[in-house]
Design a protein around this ligand. Sequence first.
Ligand SMILES: [Fe+2]
Length: 147
Amino acid sequence: MDTSAYLVPAYRSVLVEELRERGRAIGRAVLEVRDTDGAELERALVLGMAHYMGVIEGVMAVTGYDYFEEALTPSRILPRLLGGIRLIRADEGRHITAGMDYLRERLAARPELAEAVAQLFFERPSEYPRAPISSSKPIPLARIASA
Ligand SMILES: [Fe+2]
């Protein structure tokens, strides 16, 4: 089932079009015979991980969890839905941690990729769609730049 028709343009851009392009970049790098040192594949994987784990899961999804928390907690409605969302959030937090660990490790090995990741994280955040109600607590993405 293609649910992309339900996305507003800003979400579609990040969640579908840009993510699809990240996947294609990985595919091209895998198939690229000139990439003898693996640098193109490494770059595509690092930017793909930064996009998915950092931007989608680490920014967009977190603000969505905040939205549910702020919308449902005061009214105490749908407690089981909120409980389920908290479980999802905890699980997704592990994914984000794994992604940040991966980025920390790969950027330590390939510091030349750090600027592209920093640009993705720090120069474009205002473009990333967020849930309408959110405390927008900063997530620990900034740690990656200083690690
Ligand atoms: Fe995840």
